[in-house]
Structure formats: structure tokens, C-alpha cells
Design a binder for this molecule. Structure first.
Ligand SMILES: [Zn+2]
Length: 225
């Protein structure tokens, strides 16, 4: 899906920014959010401002290859990643990038998060791959993340942060929340001394639930042997 209303796209970006900031998923000027219109153009957040306190006039309207159509603010340095993902998967309408602390801490491990720690993890997220490190804002980072945008719901960026996408900005944001919540639960499990995952039989049942909800992305995380 993509947006048909510019007003709705901009409203969703501002609201996602407020929620990212309120939840502590971004500090200072971190993070960026975008929405894609049905004509292929993209609304994106500016660089250098807190995402919790943006106003509509700060948003930048771009062509699919990044030429500015509207807006006087400098667009996010990570815009190449957003545009690469939209190019790769035309069914997406929203993307959220943040430095949500638990997800970002796990991303420093440089490995996929593939454990079925909760029902929501297994049903809504599946496996969360980790895109190999590349310099922030680089075409290489965009390329490393975009390869996951058809099969998965988001990915970790090694030593950097997390990115999630969806049919609109709200779904992308929900996936960031689910990802972060998943990693926090995993950390709590570590604190309890045992990471007890869902069993493979339970995951078999949840595959049916996923099918019923029409969820085809994310793959199946590992369960308890
Ligand atoms: Zn970042």
C-alpha cells in the first residue's frame, strides 16, 4: 500500500516521530521516518531536529530518486536507505529508523535475532536479520538493509540501530515497537537465567495463526528443541 493523501502521510510521520521520542527510541536528533505516495514520491523527515517535535513544514517531499520537490529543510542523511527499500519493494508505504536501545544493543552483536521469545515475536516479526555494518548514510548501508525488505518486516543495522517497514508508517512503527519489546523480553529472560523459547510444536500452531492473519513475511524463528 502507499498513501493517497499527502496530509495523511505527513500526519502519520509527525505522530510516529512523537511516539519514537516518547518511548526513548531516539535521542537528540536521531532517527528518520518516511512515507511513500502512490505516485512514487516520498515524504521524509529532516536531519538535525528532534523527531519528537517536528512540524509539517519541516518535512521534505522527494522524487523516488531523491530530488527535492518541496521543503526547505535538509533531508535526513539516511534517505538513501529509505529510497532503496521503496525501490526494492513497491508494496511498502512507510519506513521507520531509530536507535531503540535494546534492539540497537543486540545489533552490536552482528547476528540475526531469530529466537521465538514470545507469541507476538513469532507471529508479527518472525526472524529479524542483521544488516552488516556500513558507514551511516552510505549507499552500502542502504544496499545492505534493502535486501531484506521483501522477506522480512525489518532488520537490525550492525553497531547502529533498527529499521522496520510496512504498508504505512503506523505499521512500520508497530513493527519497531514489537522488535524492541522482543529484545527487551529476551534480556529479561537472560536475567532469569534461562532463555526458554516457544516449542517447535507451539510454533507449528502459530504458523496457522500467521496464515489466518495473512502474514507472509518474517519467516519462522527458532524454537526450543
Ligand atoms: Zn541511525
Amino acid at each position: 500500500m502507499s498513501y493517497t493523501s499527502h496530509e495523511q502521510a505527513k500526519k502519520d510521520i509527525l505522530e510516529a516521530g512523537r511516539r519514537l521520542y516518547a518511548r526513548g527510541y531516539v535521542a537528540a536528533n536521531d532517527g528518520n521516518i518516511s512515507a511513500r505516495m502512490e505516485d512514487g514520491t516520498v515524504w521524509a523527515t529532516p536531519t538535525g531536529v528532534s523527531k519528537g517535535f517536528m512540524t509539517e513544514d519541516m518535512l521534505v517531499h522527494l522524487t523516488a530518486d531523491g530530488k527535492v520537490l518541496e521543503g526547505s529543510w535538509k533531508v535526513s542523511s539516511e534517505i538513501a536507505l529509505h529510497l532503496a527499500v521503496y525501490r526494492e519493494n513497491p508494496s511498502l508505504g512507510g519506513l521507520v529508523h531509530s536507535h531503540a536501545p535494546a534492539g540497537t544493543a543486540f545489533a552490536s552483536q552482528g547476528r540475526d535475532f531469530d529466537m521465538a521469545v514470545s507469541i507476538e515475536t513469532a507471529v508479527q516479526m518472525g526472524v529479524i536479520p542483521c544488516a552488516p555494518y556500513a558507514v551511516t548514510g552510505s549507499p552500502k548501508l542502504a544496499e545492505n538493509a534493502a535486501v531484506y525488505c521483501k522477506e522480512y518486516n525489518g532488520c537490525l543495522l550492525e553497531h547502529h540501530g533498527v529499521v522496520t517497514w510496512g504498508k504505512d508508517v503506523e505499521q512500520a512503527l508497530f513493527r519497531t515497537e514489537c522488535l524492541e519489546h522482543t529484545v527487551i523480553m529476551y534480556e529479561h529472560m537472560l536475567g532469569l537465567g534461562e532463555v526458554r523459547l516457544l516449542s517447535e510444536e507451539q510454533l507449528d500452531e502459530l504458523d496457522t495463526v500467521r496464515a489466518k492473519f495473512g502474514i507472509t513475511t518474517g519467516g519462522r524463528p527458532k524454537g526450543r528443541a
